[in-house]
Design a protein around this ligand. Structure first.
Ligand code: XUL
Ligand code: CO
Length: 431
């Protein structure tokens, strides 16, 4: 067993504690008929916590973990450290890409063999500890073969390689009882329109996603298939730009009842939206699947993947989640990484503990607003005019019928306040 976190005790809920403790996240606390643990369904992202090395475009890695290397022994040591951390945090879910958990082999067959060997280890540790898999995914973006995309690569052999990789990852996710399978198309997009056939790439992408859905049914995988929108980075333009774009794409290929979205805070900000806008869009369209919780820096303009620490923002995000009926079978995956100067084991634990507390505070505030009808009462009042039969009838009639009625009654509506500041003041009482 790895002793990477050996001097760190399991973290408990203790609002009065001086050291490392949950001050707000009491997993068993009941809110709106469910425990906080079941509402939030926290997951650790294997890539950021155990594979990231702290490098940035200007500097080398700073983390120097004892499992860094490209042998299967390193991969086993990494798995030991990961499950050690899950125990300290109270057995959250976890998420992984194939590339995070096993070293790259020289062929598809070798990659799949290695992935399955690590999955055997995960299977044993999951049965022992109770940690579950929120989702699995394939990394179709790091290796140079994917530099022009996976499913949208101009080279059909890369399309084929991607199909084999995704099939292996889906089947491992299924074997580990993963509750979702995610596709994030970081390289499914373009660098330059000058050398890109966008129409053909979109066709291929649609077909690829349809194949994934067909395979899900073929193997009896009951989890959700999720696409994770992001507008750019690493590609200049990604086809899954934001939730609305993904919905249009799903409609086009007839997949809107089969595929949902995994919405990430930082990606929403990169797309020029707020997190709650993206969540509200997904809720309204009926495709909210899961969330990647993190925080983007508002000045830098790139995807910084910091741990969340802004309670007002997180509260509005969970407000949308609760309005959508909750996250399950999705969850709250911390797609977040340590700053490169945070090099100690305890930094990794503290980052998750703080983030779990921030999410708990946000969810508690959101639940209270819902239970008090604090936002829905004024919202209902604002739209109350639409409750009348006359108003409802308009929606079933023609433009001329509505226009004739407006002219006959000589309607002349007076502006009514939207009361934004009053409602913002109401929200502030809950934070
Ligand atoms: C990249 C990102 C990915 C996905 C999984 O920005 O968010 O880590 O969550 O591939
Ligand atoms: Co993500």
């Amino acid at each position: 067993m790895s002793s990477f976190f050996s001097d760190i005790d399991p973290v408990r809920f203790d609002p009065e504690a001086k050291g490392l403790a949950f001050r707000h996240y009491d997993p068993d606390r009941m809110v709106m008929g469910k425990s906080l643990k079941d509402h939030l369904r926290f997951a650790v992202a294997y890539w950021h916590s155990f594979a990231a090395d702290g490098s940035d475009p200007f500097g080398a890695g700073t983390f120097g973990r004892p499992w860094f290397g490209d042998t299967m022994d390193d991969a086993r040591r990494k798995a030991d450290a990961a499950f050690e951390m899950f125990a300290i945090l109270g057995q959250p879910f976890f998420c992984f890409h194939d590339h995070d958990v096993r070293p790259e082999g020289g062929s598809l067959a070798e990659n799949h063999k290695r992935l399955n060997e690590i999955a055997d280890i995960f299977e044993g540790k999951m049965a022992e500890t109770g940690t579950k898999l929120l989702w699995g995914t394939a990394n179709l973006f790091t290796h140079p073969r994917f530099m022009s995309g996976g499913a949208t690569n101009p080279d059909p052999e890369v399309f084929a390689w991607s199909a084999s990789t995704v099939r292996a990852c889906m089947e491992v996710t299924h074997r580990l009882n993963g509750e979702n399978y995610v596709l994030w198309g970081g390289r499914e997009g373009y660098e330059s329109l000058l050398n890109t056939d966008m129409g053909q790439e979109l066709e291929h992408y649609g077909r690829f996603l349809s194949m994934v859905v067909e395979h899900k049914h073929k193997i009896g995988f009951k989890g959700q298939i999720l696409v994770e929108p992001k507008p750019q980075e690493p590609s200049k333009h990604q086809y899954d730009f934001d939730v609305a774009t993904v919905y249009g794409f799903l409609k086009r290929f007839g997949l809107e009842d089969e595929v949902k979205v995994n919405v990430e805070q930082g990606h929403a900000i990169l797309a020029g939206h707020s997190f709650e806008h993206e969540l509200a869009t997904a809720r309204t369209l009926g495709i909210l699947g899961s969330i990647d919780m993190n925080r983007n820096d508002y000045q830098s303009g790139w995807d910084t993947d910091q741990f969340p620490n802004n309670v007002p923002e997180v509260a509005l995000a969970y407000y949308e989640v609760l309005r959508a009926g909750g996250l399950a079978p999705g969850g709250t995956n911390f797609d977040a990484k340590l700053r490169r100067q945070s090099t100690d084991p305890v930094d990794l634990i503290a980052a998750h503990v703080g983030a779990m507390d921030v999410c708990a505070r946000g969810l508690l505030a959101a639940a209270e607003m819902i239970e008090d009808d604090a936002l829905e009462a004024p919202r209902r009042e604002r739209y109350a005019g639409w409750e009348s039969d006359e108003a409802k009838q308009m929606l079933g009639s023609s433009l001329s019928d509505v226009a004739d009625r407006a002219e006959k009654d000589d309607v002349n509506p007076a502006p009514r306040s939207g009361r934004q500041e009053i409602i913002e003041n109401i929200v502030n009482r809950y934070l």
